[in-house]
Design a protein around this ligand. Structure first.
Ligand code: PA5
Length: 447
């Protein structure tokens, strides 16, 4: 079994001849991608990454993870955007639902906290409370090495670490994941003697989960990174070689573009497992930054169900009809729980006695899919057979490949992110960063 895509429930909205004509366009877009002749073709290192990665570095990642596991109770992972979301998605998907608070006997590996993904002094202070006087390590991740949010967090926690251990020991507890040669983080790492890992030049942040960016924190959490790469290899094999009819990643790219062309401008990624929440966050960055440009794109949104059926459910069922929904279906639940019969049926749930909670969850899912379909929201499904590293690796690749194809179908460069710079310029000007004096005057007048 493998990760698959099923659009049978969207049949009322998609005609066969539409699939036929989009198939040709999707195959052309795929050709543009794999022949590396399209826009942004200097950022395609992720395509062959599952078969063509630095094996020595991979071994070093495992070694560093083992050291962190043996000498730290806490790992801080500092990064934002593509230098953050993949690791968090994987750890929350694969590990215990209460990873950081469950007993050490169950977790077995260090607590892992993410910071540098906001500019909140409260969050930073509170995280210091969590660390207390316990042993900790830091994985500072920034491809450019100059991003403000992680740089601020790093400055603070580096100081805390140097006070606790002294500069020399601190340097042995700081791991820097950054560009091979450039950027302030690289220079700092060389200066201070931190162990470094590389974000390859030709892999953008949002495609970097299977590089050291994701792999080191994921390995520290105790997840099996060999299996993760193995799953990605399987995903790559299908995406690159299977004909359209059996190429689920290609089909997903095609179907979402058919829906876009008929006015479905919002895609809601829905899950029925809390552990999938950050996979959706990772997916939103992947698709949002890749496709939302030149005044085009499908707006990627997400809901956690059934939770959000009690908040966003009304809108999805009955609000503006400009959306479609893609359900991530974890086919086999990790844990089982069977409802028991009660002698007096006060809560009225005895009709479920003997049934599993997952059966109730899947019934909610199936009922919701039909209700949303009746409400004119086309429903697509990505099926994940079960929760493990292999299928997650396959799922990451499935979405990455579809994203590249989909971006080309849309006619944008899926691999740049010019829009991310605008807020930074304003922020630097308002902060008084040297070189931004003229913009500062203009902006202050407008505030
Ligand atoms: O996808 C992107 O390029 C961004 O989201 C970056 O990942 C994010 O801004 C962090 O950049 P960096 O790794 O250079 O600190």
């Amino acid at each position: 079994s493998k990760v698959t895509f099923d659009y049978s429930k969207a049949a009322p909205f998609i005609k066969d001849h539409e699939v036929d004509s989009m198939k040709k366009l999707a195959e052309d877009a795929k050709e543009l991608l794999v022949s590396k002749t399209g826009a942004g073709n200097d950022f395609l290192g992720w395509i062959d990454l599952p078969v063509d990665y630095d094996k020595d570095e991979f071994a070093r990642i495992k070694k560093a993870a083992a050291k962190i596991q043996s000498d730290s109770e806490v790992l801080l992972v500092i990064g934002i955007g593509g230098s953050y979301l993949g690791a968090r998605a994987a750890i929350e998907f694969l590990r215990h639902s209460f990873y950081n608070v469950v007993s050490k006997e169950i977790r077995k590996t260090p607590e892992i906290y993410f910071v540098g993904n906001s500019i909140s002094s409260t969050y930073i202070r509170h995280l210091m409370d969590v660390i207390g006087d316990r042993d900790f390590s830091i994985n500072m991740i920034s491809k450019s090495g100059t991003t403000t949010e992680p740089a601020i967090a790093f400055r603070v926690f580096k100081e805390m670490m140097e006070k606790k251990y002294g500069k020399e020991e601190a340097a042995k507890r700081i791991y820097a994941t950054t560009d091979r040669v450039k950027g302030s983080l690289k220079h700092l790492a060389t200066e201070e003697g931190y162990e470094t890992f590389v974000v390859p030049d030709d892999i953008g942040g949002r495609f970097s989960v299977l590089t050291a960016v994701g792999l080191l924190p994921i390995a520290v959490s105790g997840a099996d990174i060999d299996k993760l790469m193995e799953g990605a290899r399987a995903g790559r094999e299908t995406a690159l070689n299977a004909p359209f009819e059996e190429n689920d990643s290609l089909k997903y790219a095609a179907i979402r573009n058919i829906l876009l062309r008929k006015g479905k401008e919002i895609e809601i990624l829905a899950n029925y497992e809390p552990s999938v929440h950050y996979v959706s966050e990772w997916w939103k960055q992947l698709y949002g930054e890749s496709e939302g440009k030149d005044q085009k794109g499908i707006f990627p949104a997400s809901v956690d169900l059934t939770t959000d059926l009690h908040s966003m459910g009304q809108f999805i069922q009955d609000g503006s009809r400009n959306m479609f929904e893609t359900v991530i279906n974890i086919e086999t639940s990790r844990e089982e729980l069977v409802l028991q019969e009660e002698p007096v049926d006060l809560d009225g749930l005895n009709y479920l006695a003997g049934k599993s909670v997952d059966f109730v969850n899947k019934s909610a899912m199936n009922g919701t899919i039909l209700a949303h379909t009746d409400g004119q929201v086309p429903n697509l499904m990505v099926k994940v057979p079960e929760v493990n590293e292999f299928y997650l690796g396959e799922l990451f690749y499935f979405f990455e490949f579809a994203c590249g194809v989909s971006g080309y179908l849309l006619g944008v460069n899926p691999f740049n992110q010019p829009g991310v710079e605008s807020y930074k310029k304003n922020m630097f000007a308002l902060l008084g960063k040297p070189g931004y004096e003229a913009q500062r005057e203009e902006l202050l007048k407008r505030l």
